[in-house]
Ligand binder design. Structure first.
Ligand code: TYD
Ligand code: MG
Length: 456
């Protein structure tokens, strides 16, 4: 090995650095993720010396002027919502997700919207050839000449191009295919990904050009996961969903310029992604009529209430140990709720298997869906269907009490809008919905799970 290089081990999940190989990463506890990389010692020794330090001066807050176009609307409502109202100038955004989920499609559609408004956009792809991008673009629709494509993996050349073209937005598809000569390891390795993100960050902050970076999420293999750069970027968006189903959910995991609990819902069609502006209707599509064990619950995703169907199947255990599974929600939470039903509701569930499923493949972890899970279990156990036009929400406590949840009146309003006739909600929410009038909706207040069992 040359003298100016040394060998270190990086965790591909979280970027932890170590001089030795280890089976388990001490930082993120994942197994078999440490991979050897060569880094140059010379370079690290020169960082921070007086010669290459940039000269910046302290400024008073009042001297900083904000322009009128600090945020650029993307023209895609669901994307704007997740970004917190649009793209911020000079922001560095990471879009992560499994391969094939639709990241390139979403960002190409973003390019289409912006270039239609005569904004210069540069789409850099290290994955596809110009003709492959053209084929994708043909499916999406018309593009103007404001969109420029660049197939390149050398970040130095890309930076030169950006400085020459001065676009209003840059897309890097994907970070794992890019390389820089500054780091000696192969593209996709932790040191490459870190180095390139650092370069892009500097560029975005100094020029004010917002940059979107696409990153694949990988459990194994030799590409670094987006975890490694999460702390460097301003915004981390994850694009998720079942690859076999057509809807996709865009979620903000980190956002320096907005809230992180908003979600955007899209549907993948033959002509690209379309926005789903009313996800509840979409999620409830194809619900069975009067089936026991099925109930509609309401969860707040950011500022928007979403109705979801919770299904439970409770049946007798055939072999000694009862089986429980939870799909779309927390498994331990389901076990806990069943223990509460057993002890406080006097239901004998110890000889029952239970399978819980949140339909639509969406994951719901808000405590307000507790009451929905409990209701579905009771309904399936007693084999009594819950009325089709009923919505339930509320948090269940360990003593079997039903606790209040936030934004109760918004949830009831959404239920009324979708044509539900009955809402079962915590008694303690009475105050927050008191003053409001809801037409055609009957409100039923419950204070503990015994009352809930009696209602069903
Ligand atoms: P893509 O954006 O290439 O995924 P990623 O960049 O996250 O790897 O999306 C690819 C999938 O989307 C592929 O399975 C085909 C499908 N698709 C459509 O169904 N309709 C379309 O109009 C397009 C462009 C893609
Ligand atoms: Mg892609």
């Amino acid at each position: 090995m040359a003298k100016d290089k040394k060998s270190v081990f990086f965790c591909q999940e979280c970027g932890y650095e170590s001089a030795k190989w280890m089976g388990q990463c001490p930082a993120c506890k994942s197994w078999n993720t440490m991979v050897e990389e060569q880094i140059s010692i010379k370079k690290t020794a020169t960082v921070g010396t007086a010669k290459n330090r940039t000269k910046t001066e302290p400024v008073a807050l009042s001297k900083i002027k904000l322009g009128e176009d600090e945020r650029i609307s993307t023209g895609i409502g669901e994307l704007d919502r997740v970004l917190g109202g649009g793209i911020v100038q000079g922001g560095l955004m990471l879009v992560g997700g499994d391969p094939g989920i639709g990241k390139s499609t979403l960002l190409l559609q973003l390019c289409q919207k912006l270039s239609a408004r005569d904004m210069k956009v540069l789409y850099v792809s290290g994955e596809e050839s110009l003709r492959q991008i053209k084929m994708r673009a043909e499916r999406i629709g018309e593009f103007t000449d404001s969109l420029k494509l660049l197939c390149e993996t050398d970040i130095g050349h890309i930076i030169d191009c950006i400085e020459k073209e001065e676009p209003k937005l840059v897309i890097i598809d994907s970070i794992q295919t890019m390389y820089t000569e500054e780091a000696n390891s192969s593209p996709g390795s932790v040191s490459q990904v870190r180095e390139i993100t650092g370069t892009l960050l500097k560029l975005a902050k100094s020029t004010g050009i917002p940059i979107f970076i696409i990153g694949h999420v990988t459990k194994e293999g030799n590409v670094a996961g987006p975890r490694v750069l999460e702390h460097m970027v301003d915004t981390v968006l994850y694009f998720e969903g079942d690859r076999h189903a057509s809807y996709r959910i865009l979620r903000a995991v980190k956002n320096r310029f907005g809230s992180t609990n908003e979600i955007g819902v899209f549907e993948m069609q033959s002509s690209g992604l379309t926005e789903v502006s009313n996800p509840s209707e979409y999620m409830l599509d194809g619900r069975p009529d009067n089936a026991s064990g099925s109930v509609v619950a309401c969860s707040m995703e950011g500022s928007r209430p979403i109705m979801i169907e919770i299904q439970a199947l409770v049946c007798r255990t055939n072999f000694g140990f009862p089986r429980r599974t939870a799909n779309g929600t927390d498994y331990t939470r389901v076990n806990l709720l069943m223990a509460v039903l057993e002890k406080r509701g006097r239901m004998n569930l110890s000889n029952s298997d239970a399978y819980i499923n949140i339909t639509g493949g969406i994951r719901m972890t808000e405590p307000a869906v507790d009451l929905g899970i409990v209701t579905a279990i009771i309904s399936s156990f007693k084999d009594r269907p819950v009325d089709n036009r009923t919505v339930v929400f509320g948090e269940v406590g360990l003593s079997g009490e039903i606790r209040s949840v936030s934004m109760a009146s918004q949830r009831v309003k959404e239920a009324a809008k979708l044509g539900f006739k009955r809402v079962i909600l915590p008694k303690s929410c009475m105050r927050s919905v008191k003053g409001e009038k809801f037409e055609d909706v009957e409100l039923i207040y419950v204070s503990d799970i015994k009352e809930m069992i009696d209602i069903i």
